[in-house]
Design a protein around this ligand. Structure first.
Ligand SMILES: Nc1ccnc(=O)[nH]1
Length: 397
């Protein structure tokens, strides 16, 4: 918790002012003189936005900083899952070291919070979660990490997984994950009933991966809606990817979005280039909470991605066909306030009393910053400078 005077910044690309920070919180926006001994930074008119939020990633998977991973396999979902589970140790993907690299990269590029799904399966038990927990402790002054207990290999098809999820939640995973109840588990009622039972028992929200497209994904969504109503979990469920909302049926998608808004379901998008994705502008119109994430980066799933939420904003913006400045400002919202709303982060923003978690962006306007993947001269977490010019104050392992 720190004091700092940040001079000559433009909150959300507006009028220039100074930001006074006391005890890690924003104490005032205006014009201030530095007090004796107070740290002072001059932002030279840079834009300031609250900390970027990676609300959907996989810290335990990346090969970032490792030798290049040659991928010569077909892109079938089940195949990607099984290959990773059976080979990650041999390849040397150490969950602690790799999550350090990924998380430090995100922080250096202006992120203040991460929601990471971490694999739980009968081969690894909770060991991957334990690796990411170590990272969370090591980086607690740099970035906040929330962990989703993620049964990537399936729940019903992998007996023993339910017990592991139960244990992970008992030990402190903040969110319960799930995956394609039809496509991966072939037992939607089985998986969803168990997920909702576990979530209610542990009092945690659910964030389920739904790659299922078109009618199949819509069917699963309807099963999720039924269980939200039955368990009183309005406002406590997120659907990640939600590719079914990218289907080419305007009316059907509209009906799904109406129900998503009514049940206050959050949507997480990564702007996946290889499939149809939900329209962030249509979800905005319906006032649905939408966050963004960089998903897996440079892992056994695929070679793309950076630990950088501004880079991801650009991917989401391009995938959504955005052009106007207002739309581009909205994509920045998705990777910041949108993600904070999904994760329900207290004290998020640039108002007096908010956490002093923010990043500077060099650019004229918010749209300009997105399109340029603007440089980030300074990143502040809890009122302390934790990165300069895209380089964190902590070393990469
Ligand atoms: N997009 C995804 C990345 C990793 N695991 C998944 O199930 N999905």
């Amino acid at each position: 918790m720190h004091d700092l005077l940040l001079r000559n910044v433009r909150p959300m690309a507006g009028q220039s002012c100074d930001i006074l920070i006391r005890h890690g919180k924003i104490a005032g926006l205006g014009s201030y003189r530095p007090e004796d001994g107070m740290a002072v930074e001059d932002a030279n008119g840079a834009i300031v936005v609250p900390g970027l939020i990676d609300a959907h990633t996989h810290l335990d998977k990346t090969t970032w900083g490792m030798p290049w991973h040659v991928n010569d396999r077909p892109a079938i979902l089940r195949g990607r899952i099984d290959f990773e589970r059976e080979n990650r140790q041999e390849i040397g993907i150490n969950a602690h070291r790799q999550s350090m690299r990924h998380a430090i990269g995100l922080a250096a590029n202006g992120a203040s919070h991460i929601r990471s799904h971490v694999d739980i399966d009968t081969r690894h038990g909770l060991s991957l979660v334990e690796g990411v927990w170590k990272t969370r402790d090591a980086l607690k002054d740099i970035i906040d990490i929330e962990i989703v207990a993620f049964p990537q290999s399936g729940v019903m098809v992998m007996p023993g997984t339910v017990e592991l999820l139960d244990e992970a939640l008992a030990q402190g995973c903040e969110v319960l994950g799930g995956i394609d109840p039809c496509g991966i588990d072939r037992d939607p009622k089985g998986q969803l009933d168990i997920l909702f039972t576990l979530a209610v028992r542990h009092g945690v929200p659910i964030d389920i991966h739904l790659h299922e497209a078109a009618d199949l994904g819509a069917f699963t969504m309807e099963l999720i809606f039924e269980r939200i109503r039955a368990n009183g979990m309005e406002g406590k469920v997120a659907i990640s990817h939600a590719f079914a909302l990218g289907m080419n049926d305007y009316v059907r998608v509209g009906k799904l979005i109406e129900e998503i808004a009514r049940l206050d379901v959050a949507i997480l998008t990564t702007g996946a280039p290889s499939v149809n994705v939900p329209s962030i502008m249509r979800l905005k119109e319906a006032e649905v909470r939408v966050g963004g994430g960089c998903d897996g980066i440079r892992d056994t799933w695929g070679p793309w991605g950076q630990p950088d939420m501004l880079d991801r904003a650009k991917v989401i913006g391009m995938k959504n066909g955005l052009r106007t400045d207002q739309e581009l400002a909205h994509v920045l919202h998705v990777v910041s306030k949108g993600g904070a709303d999904v994760m329900r982060i207290d004290g998020y923003g640039l108002d007096v009393g908010c956490n002093a978690d923010f990043t500077l962006l060099t650019g004229e306007t918010l749209a300009h910053a997105v399109v340029d993947t603007a440089p980030r001269p300074l990143v502040v977490k809890n009122g302390r400078v934790i990165a300069r010019q895209g380089k964190a104050i902590v070393e990469m392992p």
